[in-house]
Design a binder for this molecule. Structure first.
Ligand code: GLY
Length: 563
């Protein structure tokens, strides 16, 4: 499927797209009917979610079945980012017909939202309003995404996929040390919401092994399982959500939920050396920026520079600088802003940038705030037929807004903060947001989520993705380079230090690196050491499979099955 092939006229486009989706679904089912002995596996943020997904695969479910089950499970066992009150992106590769589609089930701005909704009378950003209030939530898309994927490409009844999660929500699960500490760390966030406080706080704080029970979430999931997605978008759950927002100064309405529409997009697929890389198109900046950086780096034999050497990292920093400059300037929801995607991902454009880098040139400094947060979660799945799901979804910051509409158990997202709250006006740091990503009704905020599927000789080779806000793209970039250019295993790749630079602010984030190398990278920048990304990947090499969950955060699990 060529990108742009459907850009004829809107009605014809929708009609053709529907035909293509039905055709793909039919072919997908016929491919799944044939048995195969390919190894399969899952890497996700939480061991219980991975186990649930593996159980589905072992019972004969396909990658999409497992993805739906993992997604619901993470909403229960990983409440900081797993969700039904948020949204995300899913890449689905259908192996037999060699087609990849991209589902955009990200949140949309409520109908009543407006450009200056987070500014006071003096046009100053009201601190916290886009993060910790009922105004912070976009219209959630996760339920729409999971039902769409399941209906079109799944082979199992969705009730079977949701039921393990209902059980865990009802009976509880043991918090890990990390989860207990994390809930305690964010305690303040839950105090503004009666129901969030009941579920996610404990008088003397949580400790490892405590059982987290989410009865209202279990009931909500049960209703969704029984009544379908309309339960969330127009049923009892929709009413509970919208009434809560109305009573608590929110603007997200029943009409917003009713009108939610997911988008089926063509992924961005481009060659990198001899491999094909597919990732998420706008409204994520992930695919465009990743491909732009790879195109720049393709102009040299990167593996001859020495991994994490001074030359290598300097080149990486420069490529990041140019890509994040363009990201800030040109990227937004393509339905509202004419994103020059073809230009930004073209080899010619990258060659010009590479020449500039060789001459020591830098992109002009544009003053754009990039403020995405660090949470989010990714999982990768390959089934025995070679079908693949690469899914990244989020509530935005940890536990989203920290608000749970009464009686639902659903943590709501604070994705409105991913818009530029104040385009054209300098903020406290002298930065201004970009026009492309300003708030408009029903618009999708710009994202950095970068689910990828990489193909070698037509076959899925590497499936990957990460949380980490604006650091997602550079984390995924370094995973791709480690595996593709330096021939590392996933385990080895994960053990290598990462860096992150995003044009502005002038800070080079880094993990542990040689002191001399670090000193050579300063060039007026501030250096800040911290952990970067949390990759969950699967690598398929011939008949061998490797799945790996980054150890930068605990609780993740990668499982494989190989005959
Ligand atoms: N909210 C983080 C992202 O979408 O990139």
């Amino acid at each position: 499927m060529e990108r742009g092939i459907l850009k004829i006229n809107p009605n014809k486009k929708i009609f053709l797209k529907k035909i293509i989706i039905v055709y793909l679904a039919l072919l997908f089912f016929s491919s799944c009917a044939k048995s195969s002995d390919q190894p399969f596996g899952i890497a996700s943020r939480h061991h219980l979610a991975t186990d649930i997904g593996m159980d589905i695969l072992l019972k004969g479910g396909n990658a999409v079945d497992a993805a739906v089950a993992v997604s619901f499970a993470l909403a229960v066992v990983n409440p900081s980012a797993g969700n039904i009150g948020g949204g995300g992106f899913m890449l689905i590769h259908l192996s037999e017909i060699d087609e990849t589609i991209a589902l955009d089930y990200r949140e949309r701005a409520p109908i009543k939202s407006f450009e200056k909704m987070f500014l006071d009378q003096n046009e100053k950003v009201i601190k916290g309003l886009s993060l910790n209030s009922t105004l912070a939530s976009g219209v959630p898309g996760t339920i729409s995404g999971m039902f769409y994927a399941s209906k079109k490409f799944g082979s199992m009844n969705i009730e079977k996929l949701i039921s393990p999660s209902i059980e865990i929500a009802r009976n509880g699960f043991n918090l890990s040390e990390f989860q207990a500490k994390n809930l305690n760390k964010y305690r303040g966030k839950f105090l503004n919401s009666v129901e969030a406080k009941q579920i996610f706080t404990k008088p003397n704080g949580f400790k490892e092994g405590d059982v987290l029970i989410q009865k209202n979430l279990a009931n909500t999931l049960e209703r969704i399982s029984k009544n379908g997605e309309q339960e969330f978008y127009s049923g009892e759950t929709a009413k509970k959500i919208s009434e809560f927002f109305k009573e608590n100064d929110g603007i997200l309405s029943l009409e917003d939920l009713r009108q939610y529409k997911l988008r089926v997009l063509d992924p961005i697929c481009k060659n990198y050396r001899t491999l094909k890389i597919c990732s998420m198109p706008p409204p994520s900046s992930g695919g465009v920026a990743l491909i732009q950086m790879l195109n720049i780096l393709e102009n040299t034999k990167i593996n001859t520079l020495g991994h994490n050497s001074e030359k290598y990292l300097k080149l990486l920093v420069s490529a990041m600088d140019f890509a994040y400059h363009d990201r800030a300037k040109f990227l937004g929801d393509p339905d509202y802003y004419d994103v020059p995607e073809e230009l930004l991902t073209s080899k010619e454009y990258a060659k010009k940038i590479f020449k500039k880098i060789q001459k020591g040139e830098k992109p002009p400094k544009i003053e754009v705030a990039i403020s995405e947060s660090e949470e989010t979660t990714h999982f990768s799945i390959i089934d025995k037929w070679g079908n693949v799901v690469s899914n990244t979804y989020t509530l935005n910051t940890a536990y989203g807004s920290g608000i749970v509409p009464t009686g639902t158990g659903i943590l709501m997202n604070n994705e409105m903060d991913d818009f530029s709250s104040k385009p054209g006006f300098p903020n406290a740091y002298g930065l201004v947001g970009s026009e492309a990503n300003k708030i408009e009704p029903k618009k999708t905020p710009l994202s950095s989520m970068t689910p990828v599927i990489i193909f070698k000789q037509g076959r899925p080779f590497l499936v990957s993705g990460s949380p980490g806000g604006s650091t997602i793209i550079t984390s995924v970039l370094q995973e791709v380079l480690n595996v593709l250019d330096f021939n590392m295993s996933l385990k080895e790749s994960s053990s290598k230090s990462r860096i992150h630079f995003q044009h502005l602010p002038d800070i080079l984030f880094h993990e542990e690196l040689d002191k001399d190398v670090l000193a050579s990278l300063i060039d007026n920048k501030k250096l800040v050491g911290r952990k970067l990304g949390e990759i969950h990947s699967i690598l398929l090499k011939g008949d061998n499979i490797e799945a790996f969950s980054d150890k930068r955060r605990p609780d993740g699990k990668a499982s494989t099955f190989q005959k």
